[in-house]
Design a protein around this ligand. Structure first.
Ligand code: GRF
Length: 204
């Protein structure tokens, strides 16, 4: 089985990164994380990667004169490592259309709501404030909108009357940790088929 080369982009604590690492370590993904890239030098995700012997690189946003130069630097790593799949795992910046166009259907993101509901920041808080009874998480391809590309996998999660943002986030997060590695494995196995640019079919 061919192994795909994966890059993970992070900004923060990296529990989703950890979930991917754990599944890879048990042989559940036909791929290897070649590099973890962070825009934030303080991201705890970097420590998780290092502990597992994964190469890391901080591309510190503030040190670049423009978003374009910042992204050029990221692309350099993506290209040098011959990355097949870019995984956004708690990466807090919007990628520019130029970046996205360069890697069509090769960037995926995990979002803590059932898209197209509650895109953008604080999705769990949005769900609580709206009063929905069901929320969940979504893995989708990244296109030029915010949290708007073709949906690969979703998992519904109940919202309880007693929930606040924190308890709901915690419950959803558990499912994120299963959904994201599963989507990566489907990609690695070449089982993701895109129909009419918007719909994803999973091959059996
Ligand atoms: C997750 O809730 C993810 O859905 C969102 O950002 C959070 C990242 O958490 N995009 P972590 O850094 O993976 O722990």
């Amino acid at each position: 089985m061919d192994m795909i080369n994966i890059a993970v982009l992070v900004s923060g604590r990296g529990t989703n990164l950890q979930a991917i690492i754990n599944v890879i370590n048990r042989g559940g993904i036909d791929g290897k994380i070649r590099i973890v890239l962070s825009d934030n030098p303080e991201a705890y995700a970097l420590k998780r990667a290092q502990r597992n012997g994964i190469k890391t690189k901080v591309v510190h946003y503030k040190e670049y004169r423009s978003k374009d130069e910042y992204e050029q630097e990221i692309m350099k790593y993506i290209d040098n490592y011959r990355i097949d799949l870019i995984v956004l795992a708690g990466y807090m910046r919007i990628l520019s259309p130029n970046f996205i166009k360069k890697y069509p259907y090769r960037i995926i993101n995990i979002h803590p709501a059932l898209l197209p509901s509650f895109p953008g920041l604080n999705a769990q808080r949005q769900a609580i404030e709206y009063g929905v009874k069901i929320s969940g998480c979504t893995v989708h391809f990244v296109d030029e909108g915010v949290d708007s590309g073709p949906i690969i996998l979703q998992k519904a999660v109940e919202v309880k009357d007693s929930d606040d943002e924190k308890s709901l986030s915690r419950r959803i997060l558990k499912y994120e940790h299963r959904l994201l590695p599963r989507a990566i494995q489907l990609f690695a196995q070449n089982k993701i088929q895109i129909i009419n640019k918007t719909r994803v079919h999973i091959k059996k």
